[in-house]
Design a binder for this molecule. Structure first.
Ligand code: MN
Length: 260
């Protein structure tokens, strides 16, 4: 199984989550919210196969942590994956909009100069602004829109732009989320949990909960579970191996997708 967006460092007991992922052979993209959290989060995955740590600066922390952009640039040569980054246009984060734009633009600019990265992107209440910013930074790499909640029209634009979509159990609970997932190209979908932030029926999601995504996609696409697994594994391979990014950092931060 694949969980392409999980905040492993924010569970009360990250080590036990890691152990469970090893036992189940799950690939996890462990995203971070600040550059200063990256090193400690990398350490959590030190002896864990199939877990890769992304370097991020969450839009909700953009104003508070704008001073960490320098650390972001310094760490960028070490990573193949960048996230969580993006923009948040919901009312409670509107006051940091200028800082958010500055941070997201700077990050995409740095990724472009580093010849591209695979990006896990937040776009809540800001899909159009995220797509505008991505359009202005076409060499930033392969954008994966996590928990996309824009309109159908914004979804079409994202698809035309070449975006990927990471889809979690919480997104598949409501009719709007389901309708969006239904219109996503099957070859651009990747599962995610967004744990421990995302919940379903009051329960905190974990990487293994992506199992329900496989099941739900089978229903939406009218194909067997085996076919869903094959499709998602191929998508993952294509994203990681053939995306338009050029990474020449240490192999330890690069995931060869040998997954079951
Ligand atoms: Mn997240």
């Amino acid at each position: 199984m694949i969980d392409f967006h999980c905040h492993v460092d924010l569970y009360p007991d990250p080590q036990s989550v890691m152990r469970a992922c090893v036992e189940r052979g799950i690939f996890v993209l462990s995203v971070t919210n600040t550059p200063s959290a990256w090193q400690g989060t990398v350490a959590l995955a030190a002896r864990v196969p199939r877990v890769r740590t992304a370097l991020g600066l969450h839009p909700q922390l953009a104003a508070e942590r704008i001073g960490e952009l320098e650390l972001f640039r310094k760490l960028l040569p070490n990573v193949r994956y960048v996230g969580e980054v993006g923009l948040d246009g919901t009312p409670e984060h509107r006051s940091s909009w200028v800082a958010q734009l500055r941070v997201f633009n700077d990050i995409l600019d740095a990724c472009g100069k580093a010849r591209g990265r695979i990006l896990s992107i937040h776009s809540r209440g800001a899909a159009t602004a995220v797509l505008d910013t991505l359009s202005a930074h076409r060499s930033a790499g392969a954008p994966v829109l996590h928990w996309f909640s824009g309109t159908q029209r914004e979804l079409s634009r994202a698809t035309e732009l070449g975006c990927w979509f990471s889809v979690g159990p919480a997104m598949l609970v409501g009719a709007k989320g389901k309708a969006l997932v239904d219109r996503m190209p099957h070859d651009r979908v990747i599962p995610e949990s967004d744990g421990p932030f995302a919940r379903v029926s009051e329960l905190t999601l974990h990487p293994w909960d992506v199992e329900s995504v496989y099941r739900d996609l089978g229903h939406l696409w009218s194909v067997s579970l085996g076919e869903v697994r094959l499709q998602l594994r191929n998508n993952f391979r294509k994203l990681v191996e053939h995306s338009s990014t050029s990474f020449d950092g240490p192999e330890s931060t690069y995931m060869k997708p040998r997954i079951s």
